[in-house]
Structure formats: C-alpha cells, structure tokens
Design a protein around this ligand. Structure first.
Ligand SMILES: Nc1ncnc2c1ncn2[C@@H]1O[C@H](COP(=O)(O)OP(=O)(O)OP(=O)(O)O)[C@@H](O)[C@H]1O
Ligand SMILES: [Mg+2]
Length: 360
C-alpha cells in the first residue's frame, strides 16, 4: 500500500470552506504543522477565534476527509486559534497587546449593556480567548459590582495600572479613577485625558478581545469615547420595544459618523418563560431586534431572555454564564459571544484575506 502524500492531504483539506471567510482552509493558511508518518497524518487547524461556532464541525469534516484518503490509517487533528489583529486599531492610539476592541453600546440606559458586556467577556474567556473588559461608563460604572471585584484601587506597577482579575477576565473600571459615590462630570479635554489614561496606562498584557462597556446614549461624551477608543466593531444592545429601537437608530448613526462598523444587534429581555408553567411572555414586544437588523442590514447577534438568574448574577458579582451555566440565558450569552467573535474575525480578515496564507 502506498503512503499518502502531503500534497494529497492539502488537496483534500482544500475542499473545506470556511463559511464566513468563504475561502478554503488551506488557502487561508489555517492548516499548519502537517506531518505524515507512514499511515499517520497529523496537523493543526488554526482558526481565527477559539469561540468559533463551527469548530467541532470543521474538525470532524477534516478528520473524515483525510481518513478517506488512500494509505491513511490514523488522523490526528488539533484545533487551535489565533485571533487576528483588528484593522481599526492600526491607525489609532495603539494599545499594546490588544488585538480587538469591541464596544458594547446602546441608545438608552438600562437595556442591559453592562450585563451583556460582562457575560460576553466571560463567555469568550471560557472558550479559551484572552479577554479584558473596560468599564467606560462615566455615568455609572458598575462592572466591578457585576464581577464581584468591589471598588478597590488597582495596583500600579512600573507606572501602569494592573487590571483586576475575576472570572477569567481582566477588568479596569472608570470607577477605580473616581469613587462610585461621586459621579463623574467629564467634558471635552478632561474626558480625553481620562480615556487616554485608560488606553495607555493600563497594562493589559496580551488580549484577544477587549470589551468596552460604553455609557448609555449618543451625546458628546459617547461620541468622544467612540473617537478615542480604537474600536474594531460596536455591538448595540436593545430591548424589543419600539421606543428602545428608535434610540438604537441614533446609536447606529453615531458609529457611522466615526467610521466604526456595527457588528450587530443584541436583543436583551427578549421574552420571559415562566418557570412554573413554561409559558412564554413577550413582555417588551416581539421581533424588534430582527426588525432593526433587517432595516439596517445588521446581524442579529443574539436574543437573551429575561431571567431572575441574570439579575441575581449581576447583583452577586457572578455572571449568569458562570452562576447558572445551564440556564437558557447563559446559553443565549454563549451563542451571542460566538456570533460576536465570528463577526470580529470577518471584519479583521476583510481587507487582507491573504495575510494568513503565508503561514504553514
Ligand atoms: N436578560 C435579563 N434578565 C433579567 N434581568 C436583566 C437582564 N438583562 C439585564 N438585567 C438587569 O437589568 C438591570 C439593568 O441592566 P444593566 O445594568 O446591564 O443595563 P445597562 O444598559 O448597562 O444600564 P446603564 O445604562 O445604567 O449602564 C440590571 O439589574 C440587570 O441585572
Ligand atoms: Mg451599564
């Protein structure tokens, strides 16, 4: 029996198409460390995010295709990920080590922005990504509460703030610069100063994703932040009802103005399922997120149901993704996180699909 060749394995793997990047995984440079030892074939598939929704599918597809080749006895596939550097970052203030910055924004307050930001960050980390969260809500920074870290000042090491760590992610909050009982009134130059400090004086280390919890609304403060923070993409959080949606429309315009791509919409508090009867109640209306997504050709990244566990998780400092991983809310946050990671990869790979293909 003849042994399989590298060329044959590459050709076979070249039939696997990445559904988002619409190229085959060999051309994309995802296949690495291909080694053949008689009938044993091993290789790594390096995806653009550890939170890839089609990871398992791609792995079994690769295994199956290569197993089917003449002369192959064993196939050893290792799935891996290298998150590409977002392109928005290159032309802006660089944050060393941070690959992608995702802003979580909303047209109005109280729709669950911080809840989404925190659970998204924790879910991405659980998938194996290196994640940080920056609480940029100058009006009511409450990420420390939601992560249970309290409002202690972070350590300063070699003149840089050391992020506080909790639930597998790193966190810095505006609240560490100003006590929570003294709301910040920041305008123009002062805000710029504080945000600049956030961007340059924090030692994040290596991060695949930095999630930024933005202040609610679309005023000057939000606009300044959007201009200052080198954001790769924005996520807009909304509830399903019409009033909330009109605010989101303003937020879309704001990001358009500063050239930040909107990765999509997360509809929060989408519905409530009564735990005793299983009846579904659409408390804030129905289909708003989808309508908005259709109207602006945006992606509906996820729909998160209402649930006591979510609020409790927020109040107790243990995000629902960790405190109640089996709840429908946690599942919704996890799938939203995967969708977000997907679209960040698509954005990052857009201009230069060839970058990765040099590798092998
Ligand atoms: N899906 C949900 N189910 C139940 N409670 C939720 C859900 N999402 C958010 N909440 C709760 O609603 C409240 C507001 O959420 P959150 O603080 O995340 O909103 P926000 O948009 O960040 O508000 P702000 O504009 O004040 O920053 C919190 O008490 C939170 O726990
Ligand atoms: Mg908030």
């Amino acid at each position: 029996m003849s042994h399989v060749t590298e060329a044959a394995v590459r050709e076979a793997l070249g039939t696997i198409i990445d559904p988002d990047l619409r190229k085959d995984i060999v051309t994309l440079g995802f296949v690495r460390d291909l080694a053949i030892n008689e009938g044993d074939v091993s290789f790594r598939i390096v995806l653009t995010t550890p939170a890839c929704p089609v990871k398992e599918e791609m792995e079994s597809q690769a295994r199956e295709i290569v197993s089917g080749l003449d002369g192959v006895i064993n196939v050893n596939v290792t799935m891996d990920a290298e998150v590409p550097q977002g392109r928005g970052i290159k032309n802006n203030i660089a944050i060393p080590g941070v690959r992608n910055i995702i802003a979580v924004s909303s047209g109005k307050g109280g729709v669950g922005k911080s809840t989404v930001a925190v659970n998204l960050a924790v879910a991405l980390a659980a998938d194996g990504a290196k994640v940080g969260i920056m609480d940029a809500d100058v009006y009511g920074p409450n990420v420390p509460l939601m992560l249970g870290t309290g409002y202690d000042q972070p350590d300063v090491i070699d003149g840089q703030l050391k992020p506080i760590e909790a639930h597998g992610i790193k966190m810095i909050s505006m609240a560490v610069l100003v006590p929570p009982d003294k709301p910040m009134i920041l305008r123009g130059p002062m805000l710029h100063g504080v945000v600049r400090q956030f961007l340059t004086d924090v030692n994040w280390g290596e991060l695949d994703y930095l999630v930024v919890d933005m202040p609610p609304g679309t005023g000057d403060v939000q606009l300044s932040l959007a201009q200052l923070v080198p954001v790769q993409g924005a996520i807009l959080v909304t509830t399903p009802q019409e009033v909330s949606l009109s605010d989101v429309r303003r937020a879309i315009k704001m990001f358009e103005q500063v050239n930040i791509p909107v990765l999509g919409v997360v509809e929060n508090m989408s519905y409530f399922i009564a735990p005793d009867t299983g009846t579904k109640y659409e408390i804030f209306g129905k289909g708003g997120g989808q309508k908005l997504a259709d109207e602006y050709s945006l992606n509906l990244l996820g729909q998160v149901p209402l649930g006591m566990e979510v609020r409790e998780g927020g109040d107790n400092g243990i995000p629902v993704v960790i405190s109640a991983p089996d709840s429908p809310q946690a599942a919704a946050f996890r799938s939203t996180a995967e969708e977000v990671a997907r679209h960040v990869s698509i954005e990052a790979m857009k201009p230069e699909l060839v970058i990765m293909s040099r590798a092998n």
